[in-house]
Write a protein that binds this ligand. Structure first.
Ligand code: NAD
Length: 490
C-alpha cells in the first residue's frame, strides 16, 4: 500500500455531516482529528457536531419517515442490494480505510468488508418478507389481522472496533423495515461510516433516510435526540456502562431499545477435545481484531490434564504472530486503539502476575510510535484476578484450569456478561448439555467465530437486549399492529 493510495483515499472521504441528503459543516464550525493508532498521526479532520446538529439530523429523519415507510419493500430491498454491489467494487477502499483509522490488519479489514456487506444483502432480501397474519377470532364473531409497521425514526450508535459491520448490522435492517435513521459513529473511527453514507447516496437512497452526525461529544449530541418524542428507537453497540446510561435515558421516552454490550467469553477445552481444532479456534477467538472484539475469548478454561500442552501450543503460535502497522504484509497484530487500551492491558497482566500467574510470552507494551502491545499468553491465573472479570480488549490469552464439567460450567458462568461462549468437545451429549447450561446468547461448539449475517447475534445478562442479523434482526425495527374487524358473513 503506497502513501499516495492512502492520501487519495482519505481525500475522497467526506469530512462533513450528512443531514437531509446534504453534506454540511457543523453549525459551530468546529472540527476534530481522526488519528491513525499505528503512528499517532492525524489522518484527516472532520466536522464536530453539537447538540443542535444532532436535532437537525433528527428533523431530516422525521421529514423522510412517511415517504420511506410507504416505499415498496422491493424498492427498499433493491437499494440495499445496490449498496451491497457497490461495496464489492469499493471493497479495497473500505478495507484500507478501516485499517487506517482502526488499526486492524488489512486481511482482517477485508474480512470485515465481506461480513459487513452481507448485512446489506441479507436485509435487502428480508425487506420483502415482512409478514403478518389473518384469521378468525376464537368466538368466530370477528376477524383478526396482525400486521407489522416500521417503528419510526431510529438513533443508531456504533463502536470503533468494527467500523463497517457494526454500522451495516443496524442500518440495513432499519432501512429494510422502513425506518429512517440518524447514525452516530464512534469518534475514533467515523470515516468508514461517512464513506458508507456517500455510497448510499450514490445508489439513490432518498434524502433524509440516512443521516450521519460525527462528534467528539457523544453524550451531548445523543441525549437531546433520545429525549425527543419523535425518536422511536435506540440501537446501541458499545460498552455495558454506556449502555446502562442510555437505557436510563431511553426509559424517559419509552423507546424501543436494542443493546449489544460487552462480553467476557469463556473458551472451554474439555479432555476429549480435538486439540488441533481447539488451538486453531483459540487463535481466531482471541487474536482476531487484535483481541478487540466483544466476542473475543476472554477466559480460556482448560481441563487440568491438557492445560500445559494447550498453553505450549498456543504460545508457539503466538510467538509467530507479526506485530506492525496493519497495511504491512504478513502483520497479524496491529496497534491497540489508544493509550488507554494499552494501559488497561498492562494493568490486567500485572494484576494477574501479582496474584500468582505466569507470563509464557509477551506481557508488555512495545516502545516507539503507535499503541502496540505484545501478543501475550498468561497461565495459572488465580480466582479473583481482574483479567477474569473485565473485558481484556487486547491480545492477551489467559488460562485457568477445571476439574470436571460442573466445575467448567460454573467457572464459565461466573460473570455478569453473557454474550458468547466457545466449547471444544467430541462428546455429543456433553455438547448438547452445554447448549443449555452455558448462560450466553451464542455458543461456538468446536468453532472459534460465530458471527454470520444470517444468524441472530446478541447476548443475555449484562451483554444486552435484542438480536442483530438473521430473521430476528428486522424485528427490532418493526412494531406489531393488531386489527379486529367483524365477521364479514355477519
Ligand atoms: P463505548 O461504549 O465507549 O462507545 C460506544 C459508542 O457510544 C461510541 O459511538 C461512543 O461515542 C458512544 N458513547 C460513549 N459514551 C456515550 C454517552 N455517554 N452517551 C452517548 N453515547 C456515548 O464503547 P467502545 O469503546 O466504542 O466499544 C467497545 C465496547 O463495545 C466493548 O465493551 C465491546 O464489548 C462492545 N461491543 C459490543 C458488541 C456486541 O455486539 N455486543 C460489538 C462490538 C463492541
Amino acid at each position: 500500500m503506497t502513501v499516495e493510495q492512502e492520501t487519495r483515499l482519505l481525500r475522497s472521504v467526506p469530512n462533513r455531516l450528512f443531514i437531509g441528503g446534504e453534506w454540511v459543516h457543523a453549525s459551530s464550525g468546529r472540527t476534530f482529528d481522526v488519528v491513525d493508532p499505528s503512528t499517532g498521526a492525524s489522518l484527516t479532520t472532520i466536522a464536530d457536531a453539537s447538540a443542535s446538529d444532532g436535532l437537525l439530523a433528527l428533523d431530516a429523519a422525521v421529514a423522510a419517515r412517511d415517504a420511506w415507510a410507504a416505499t415498496a419493500p422491493r424498492a427498499r430491498g433493491e437499494i440495499l442490494r445496490g449498496a451491497f454491489d457497490l461495496l464489492q467494487e469499493r471493497a479495497e477502499d473500505f478495507a484500507l480505510l478501516m485499517t487506517l483509522e482502526m488499526g486492524k490488519p488489512l486481511a482482517e479489514a477485508r474480512g470485515e468488508v465481506a461480513y459487513g456487506g452481507e448485512f446489506l444483502r441479507w436485509f435487502g432480501e428480508e425487506a420483502v418478507r415482512i409478514g403478518g397474519h389473518y384469521g378468525p377470532s376464537p368466538e368466530g364473531t370477528g376477524r383478526m389481522i396482525v400486521t407489522r409497521l416500521p417503528v419510526g425514526p431510529s438513533l443508531l450508535i456504533t463502536p470503533w472496533n468494527f467500523p463497517l459491520a457494526m454500522a451495516t448490522r443496524k442500518i440495513a435492517p432499519a432501512l429494510a423495515a422502513g425506518c429512517t435513521v440518524v447514525v452516530k459513529p464512534a469518534e475514533l473511527t467515523p470515516l468508514t461510516t461517512l464513506y458508507l453514507a456517500r455510497l448510499f447516496e450514490e445508489v439513490g437512497l432518498p434524502a433524509g433516510v440516512l443521516n450521519v452526525v460525527t462528534t467528539s461529544s457523544a453524550a451531548e449530541v445523543s441525549a437531546p435526540i433520545i429525549a425527543d418524542r419523535r425518536l422511536r428507537k435506540l440501537s446501541f453497540t458499545g460498552s455495558t456502562a454506556v449502555g446502562i446510561r442510555l437505557l436510563e435515558q431511553a426509559s424517559a421516552n419509552v423507546l424501543r431499545t436494542s443493546m449489544e454490550l460487552g462480553g467476557n467469553a469463556p473458551f472451554l477445552v474439555f479432555e476429549d477435545a480435538d486439540l488441533d481444532l481447539a488451538v486453531e479456534g483459540a487463535m481466531v477467538a482471541k487474536f482476531r481484531n487484535i483481541g478487540q472484539a466483544c466476542t473475543a475469548a476472554n477466559r480460556f478454561i482448560v481441563h487440568e490434564s491438557l492445560a500445559e500442552e494447550f498453553a505450549a501450543r498456543v504460545t508457539a503460535r503466538v510467538q509467530e504472530l507479526r506485530v506492525g502497522r496493519g497495511t504491512e504484509d504478513g502483520v497479524g497484530i496491529g496497534p491497540l486503539i489508544n493509550e488507554a487500551a494499552v494501559a488497561k492491558a498492562v494493568r490486567l497482566v500485572d494484576d494477574a502476575v501479582s496474584r500468582g500467574a505466569t507470563v509464557l510470552t509477551g506481557g508488555s507494551p512495545i516502545a516507539g510510535s503507535g499503541t502496540f502491545f505484545e501478543p501475550t499468553v498468561v497461565i495459572g491465573v488465580r480466582p479473583g484476578s481482574d483479567i477474569l472479570r473485565e473485558e481484556i480488549f487486547g491480545p492477551v490469552l489467559s488460562i485457568v484450569t477445571f476439574t470436571d464439567e460442573a466445575d467448567a460450567v460454573a467457572k464459565a458462568n461466573d460473570t455478569e456478561y453473557g454474550l458468547v461462549s466457545y466449547a471444544y468437545t467430541r462428546d455429543l451429549a456433553r455438547g448438547q448439555r452445554l447448549i443449555e447450561s452455558l448462560q450466553t446468547g451464542m455458543l461456538g461448539l468446536n468453532v472459534g467465530v460465530v458471527s454470520n449475517a444470517a444468524a441472530p447475534f446478541g447476548g443475555v445478562k449484562q451483554s444486552g437486549i435484542g438480536r442483530e442479523g438473521g430473521a430476528e434482526g428486522i424485528e427490532e425495527y418493526l412494531e406489531t399492529k393488531y386489527v379486529l374487524t367483524p365477521n364479514p358473513f355477519g
